[in-house]
Ligand binder design. Structure first.
Ligand SMILES: [Zn+2]
Length: 383
């Protein structure tokens, strides 16, 4: 039997930065579960360099609860750590190490509770899911959900253990990242009207995106459960041009839309595309026929907003002894679980105030409280 702290020490020691393989960690968890008599299933990526792990405890059949966490962590390069990031280090009641808060602490508690879940007659299935590549766009969980969708049985609640300091969280915004490529026509800048200036057309698109964002920020669109309480539109990267005396033929920029769960990011993408094709491209092509503006999705995940009256919300209220539901600003795999028909809520130990930062930590008190939450879940599943 391992305690959650011992397991956290093991998990932190695997460098599962998203660019690396997570197979050593998955193999460790696989053996741990096997030693307890639990057989899991691995769902690999196409290159077989990474895997999701899925396992079920208790009876087969529909329903039950899924505990879900991601195994990957964000890089430590360029961060000033005062402790070795892949060695669990205790200091002043806190356990330091990359991933302690986001979110190996939760995975450690979930694994430490397995013998306890096994020791009692579960009336419904308990599903465990550990994914890869969450930090780079919730990629791994998509193959996991695809595999799960082939099964007849479906969990009825998913508990995503992202760090919320064990507060019950019902939602977050969705995100869509889009790349725009503007293709104009080059010429000597002394004759600029004979060219199609890709930077200037890109600037018009960026300006239009700002206008769309301002419209979406109007008060009648607000949902005060979120911060900021409206859908935001933001351009983050722009590249174009070579030297000042050439009219630039290429400009590429990336923008993102962070939507309230009830809004559709695709609607914003469609609106800017319509503006581009109807207002700008005809003017560009009047000068150079092969001018074009193209948009490509580059990243994204759906938003999440679980009903406060749902069974999932009731369970998380019971587990946390609080119905003070809130939302978080960061994204999770919950939106994808929800989209796959598994109502999801977010609750995990530690705080995202420490996530992704140097000297990331989880307090021992939070780890203990998460162990206690697992005990309450076990009691609930006996019913
Ligand atoms: Zn996370």
């Amino acid at each position: 039997m391992f305690t959650s702290r011992q397991l956290l020490e093991k998990l932190v020691a695997f460098d599962t930065t998203s660019r690396e393989s997570n197979l050593a960690l998955i193999d460790f968890v696989w053996r741990y579960l096997n030693d307890l008599g639990v057989s899991g299933e691995l769902i690999h990526n196409a290159e077989r360099s990474k895997a999701n792990l899925y396992a079920r405890l208790g009876p087969a059949g529909d329903g039950g609860v899924m505990l879900s966490g991601h195994s990957d962590v964000v890089p430590v390069e360029g961060q000033n750590w005062s402790v070795p990031p892949f060695v669990l280090t205790e200091r002043d009641g806190k356990l330091y190490g990359r991933g302690t808060a986001d979110m190996k602490g939760y995975i450690a508690c979930m694994l430490a509770a397995v013998p306890h879940f096994l020791a009692q007659p579960l009336k419904q299935p308990l599903h465990l899911a550990i994914s890869y590549d969450e930090e780079v766009g919730c990629l791994g969980v998509r193959t996991l959900l695809e595999a799960l969708s082939q099964r007849p049985e479906k969990p009825s609640i998913c508990l995503i253990g992202e760090p919320t300091e064990l507060q019950p969280v019902l939602g977050h915004k969705g995100k869509l990242g889009v790349r725009c490529e503007v293709k104009g026509a080059a010429c000597h800048s002394a004759y600029s009207p004979q060219g199609v200036n890709a930077i200037e057309y890109a600037a018009q698109l960026v300006h239009q995106l700002t206008a769309i964002g301002e419209r979406l920020a109007q008060t009648e669109q607000h949902d005060t459960r979120f911060d900021p309480p409206f859908t935001t539109v933001q351009t983050g990267i722009i590249r174009g041009g070579t030297v000042l005396n050439i009219v630039p033929a290429e400009c590429v920029f990336d923008f993102e839309v962070r939507t309230l769960p009830q809004h559709d990011a695709q609607a914003v993408a469609a609106e800017i595309d319509t503006f581009a094709q109807s207002e700008l491209v005809p003017r560009m092509q009047a000068v150079a026929v092969d001018s074009a503006i193209r948009f490509y999705p580059i990243s994204g995940y759906p938003g999440l907003l679980t009903d406060a009256q749902s069974d999932a919300a009731r369970l998380i209220a019971y587990l946390t002894q609080s119905s003070d539901f809130s939302t978080v600003a960061f994204g999770t795999e919950g939106g994808l679980f929800h989209q796959a028909g598994i109502p999801s809520v977010i609750c995990g130990p530690g705080s995202m105030a420490q996530g992704h930062k140097p000297d990331e930590f989880i307090s021992i008190a939070q780890l203990d409280a998460c162990d206690a939450m697992m005990q309450r879940l076990a009691a609930w599943m006996r019913q």
